[in-house]
Design a protein around this ligand. Structure first.
Ligand code: AHR
Length: 324
C-alpha cells in the first residue's frame, strides 16, 4: 500500500514539473546587432523593423550598434559583443571583405552570427551560421527583364539599334552592389545592343546619386536608360534630370531597386518607371530565427525574403498598403 502511494506521489510530481517546464518562460537571450548606418529610407525601415520585433519579445535584449558606414566601427562593435558574451550576434556587412578575423573570434567564443541583409565574401561564410534577406542577383535580373519587356512594348528596342544605359552603383564592395550589377549583366547578355555607357558608385545615397547623375548628364546627351542599384540614388538622379530640363521617366527611363514609399510616389507621378522590391522588414524573420536557435533547432543555410516588382501600372494601387 505504502509503495502504491509513493508511485502515485511520484507520478503527480512528474506531471506537475512537466507542465511547469512546458509553460516556463524561455531563457532570456542578449543579442548584439551591428547595423551599417542610415544611408537610405530602406535602411531606416530595416533598423526599425529589427528593433520593434525584438522589443515585442521580452525574452530578448537587443544591443544596437550603428557603424555609421565605417567597417572599423562594425569590427569594434562585434568585438564588444564578444567581450560581453552575448548569446548571438546579428550582423549586416557594409562590404563583403575584411570581416574574416572578427568572425573567427566570434566562432572561437562559441557565439553564433546570423547575417541579415548583406552577406560577407564566400570564403568567410563558414564562419557565420546563416543569412536572411533578399536575392540581390535576382533583383538585378528582374530589373533587366522588366526593362527588356518595357523597351519592346514601347517600340524603343528593335534588337539592333544601341540602347544607352547609365548605371548608379551601390557602395563599392557591398553585396547588393556586386550582385545587382551581376544580375543585370546576366540579362544584358541576351541583348547585345544594350550598352552601359557610364557606371559609377552613388554610395546608395540620394545626394551622391544626384551628383553622379549631374556629371553623367553633362558628359552625355544620349542617355536612354538609368539603372540605379537603389531607389534613394534614383530619387537623387530624378532631381538632376529635372534640373537638366529633361523629363525623368519619359526622356530617360529609370529602373531601380527597393520599393520604398518615395519610389512609389515617383512612379505615381510618372517620374520613375519601375522599382524592384527588396524588403527591409526583416525584424520578425530575425526574431523567429533566434527563437529557433535558442530552442536548439538547426537553421537553414539561407533564409530568403519573397518580393515583387512594381511599375507605373500597379504602383498607385499598392501605395496605400506599403509599410516602408
Ligand atoms: O542592402 C540593401 C541595400 O542597402 C538597399 O537596397 C539600399 O537602399 C540600402 O542602402
Amino acid at each position: 500500500m505504502r509503495n502504491w502511494k509513493k508511485v502515485v506521489g511520484l507520478f503527480v510530481a512528474v506531471v506537475a514539473l512537466g507542465s511547469v517546464a512546458a509553460f516556463a518562460a524561455p531563457k532570456t537571450w542578449v543579442v548584439g546587432f551591428s547595423q551599417i548606418g542610415s544611408e537610405s529610407e530602406w535602411r531606416t525601415a530595416d533598423t526599425i523593423s529589427v528593433q520593434n520585433a525584438f522589443n515585442d519579445d521580452p525574452s530578448f535584449i537587443l544591443i544596437y550598434s550603428d557603424a555609421q558606414q565605417k567597417q572599423e566601427n562594425q569590427i569594434k562593435a562585434i568585438r564588444s559583443f564578444i567581450a560581453r558574451r552575448v548569446n548571438a550576434i546579428l550582423f549586416t556587412a557594409l562590404v563583403e571583405t575584411g570581416y574574416g578575423p572578427v568572425l573567427q573570434e566570434a566562432k572561437n567564443a562559441g557565439i553564433p552570427v546570423v547575417m541579415i541583409d548583406r552577406d560577407v565574401q564566400a570564403s568567410d561564410r563558414g564562419l557565420r551560421l546563416t543569412i536572411m534577406g533578399s536575392d540581390f542577383i535576382k533583383e538585378g535580373e528582374k530589373a533587366g527583364t522588366w526593362l527588356a519587356t518595357y523597351l519592346q512594348k514601347q517600340g524603343i528596342d528593335d534588337g539592333t539599334k544601341p540602347i544607352d544605359i547609365v548605371e548608379l552603383q551601390g557602395t563599392t564592395g557591398s553585396a547588393p552592389a556586386i550582385d545587382r550589377k551581376t544580375g543585370f549583366a546576366n540579362i544584358m547578355k541576351q541583348h547585345p545592343n544594350w550598352q552601359i555607357t557610364r557606371s559609377q558608385t552613388g554610395n546608395f545615397t540620394s545626394a551622391e546619386g544626384k551628383a553622379v547623375m549631374e556629371a553623367f548628364l553633362k558628359a552625355d546627351q544620349h542617355i536612354q536608360v538609368l539603372y540605379a542599384h537603389n531607389d534613394q540614388m534614383a530619387l537623387g538622379a530624378i532631381q538632376a534630370i529635372k534640373e537638366a530640363g529633361l523629363r525623368p521617366g519619359k526622356d530617360i527611363i529609370i529602373v531601380s531597386v527597393d520599393g520604398v514609399k518615395g519610389a512609389f510616389d515617383a512612379m505615381v507621378a510618372g517620374e520613375l518607371n519601375a522599382s524592384i522590391e527588396c524588403s527591409p522588414l526583416l525584424g520578425p524573420q530575425a526574431v523567429q530565427a533566434l527563437r529557433d536557435l535558442r530552442d536548439g533547432q538547426k537553421l537553414p543555410g539561407r533564409i530568403w525574403t519573397i518580393e515583387g516588382i512594381f511599375d507605373q501600372t500597379n504602383a498607385a494601387a499598392a501605395l496605400p498598403s506599403r509599410q516602408y
